[in-house]
Design a protein around this ligand. Structure first.
Ligand code: NAP
Length: 330
């Protein structure tokens, strides 16, 4: 694997993934740091060069919430092929709407990555033998060990998936204040379904979803209010003591394993913790029988159709100001 692109690689799991690729994976000649903030990206590049003593990092400025930015970034790429693509950028992002009428959460975790992949295909840079790794999460299914129940879709229809994308789905749940956490699980679910859908469309390219698991040492919770952030960081420390969370190194290692090991991680699969959100990894259809639905090709097709209609139909654009305002009014 010569050239690997990692989105959101200026901090956290993406940066650690870039470090491991340079230090621990043989044959990697170039790592493209696809990040939205040029100053942060350059600082990460310098740091990675210092830590790894390798000059193989290149910054590509790309905001995955801005589809023109994604298209321009791909147009500026000189590389003839991307052998590994790690779709890592994202997290518990906001619920305000982007210019495309979807939540920042959906744009950052899904839409920008779909367009990035499409553009790389169109430019002929994803080739036979390339591997695409989507960063998913245990939050797409129940985590009984943490008393966390996932938000279930009602219909799995194209229309419902579109409502996930623009935030109306979560806003319509009267019992639930629209919150980043609930949105996050269903949004990552859509990204995971899309990844499995892509595996069926492109037999010569491996598409896998993997959760890095509960990984401390990233900026994942930094947008939370201070009190909540301190609580979560404390909880992570306690969880780590009981094997329910791990460090950023182990989380990023899951990306590397998924990238490099096509026997353990065959195309189309969604891999995450066998139990809870840390420890050994397994295909979720086997590990969590209640979640085998992600393999349902009809559901995958509907999710992909919704995403493609959002990209292709400008009349999708939702004119609601923000979902938070919408739900308050309701
Ligand atoms: N940490 C965990 O426990 C955990 C568990 C399961 C899944 N994950 C997933 O792992 C991935 C990485 O998370 P992390 O914990 O490493 O979080 P993080 O430290 O907050 O890193 C997130 C990265 O995504 C970038 N990003 C966000 N919005 C972007 C945009 N519009 N365009 C380009 N880049 C953007 C951030 O850039 P800026 O620095 O510019 O904001 C940052 O580089 C996420 O997809 C997350 O959902 C994390």
């Amino acid at each position: 694997m010569k050239t690997v692109m990692v989105t959101g690689s200026n901090v956290g799991l993406g940066k650690e993934c870039a470090r491991q690729l340079a230090s621990e994976v043989e044959g990697v000649e170039k790592i493209i740091l696809a990040c939205r903030n040029p100053a942060k990206a350059e600082a990460a590049k310098e740091d990675l060069e210092r830590i790894t003593s390798k000059q193989i990092f290149q910054v590509l400025v790309m905001d995955v919430c801005d589809l023109d930015s994604v298209r321009n970034a791909v147009a500026s790429l000189e590389d003839s092929s991307i052998d590994g693509l790690v779709l890592n950028a994202g997290g518990m992002l906001g619920l305000d709407l982007t210019a495309d009428g979807v939540t920042i959460s959906f744009a950052g975790n899904v839409l920008g990555h779909v367009v990035l992949t499409q553009e790389l295909f169109q430019a002929g840079k994803l080739k036979s033998g390339s591997t695409v790794v989507y960063s998913s999460s245990e939050a797409v299914r129940d985590i009984p060990e943490l008393s966390a129940k996932r938000v279930q879709l009602d219909e799995h229809s194209v229309e419902e998936f579109k409502r996930v994308a623009d935030g109306r789905f979560i806003a319509s749940r009267k019992s639930m204040a629209p919150a980043r956490g609930e949105t996050y699980g269903v949004v990552k679910y859509m990204g995971t379904l899309w990844t499995s859908y892509m595996a069926r469309q492109h037999h010569n390219i491996r598409f896998v979803s993997i959760s890095p698991g509960a990984s401390s040492g990233t900026k994942f919770f930094d947008d939370m209010p201070m009190a909540g952030k301190l609580v979560v960081k404390g909880v992570f420390k306690v969880f780590a003591m009981f094997g329910r969370a791990h460090g950023v190194e182990e989380g990023a290692k899951r990306y590397i394993d998924a990238l490099m090991d096509d026997e353990t991680f065959p195309t189309g699969g969604f891999y995450a913790s066998k139990k809870g959100s840390s420890g050994p990894v397994a295909d979720q259809a086997q590990a969590i029988p209640s979640f085998a639905e992600y393999k349902d090709t009809t559901i995958q097709d509907k999710a992909a159709q919704a995403i493609h209609e959002i990209i292709n139909q400008k009349d999708f654009v939702n004119t609601t100001k923000t979902n938070t305002e919408e739900s308050t009014a309701a």
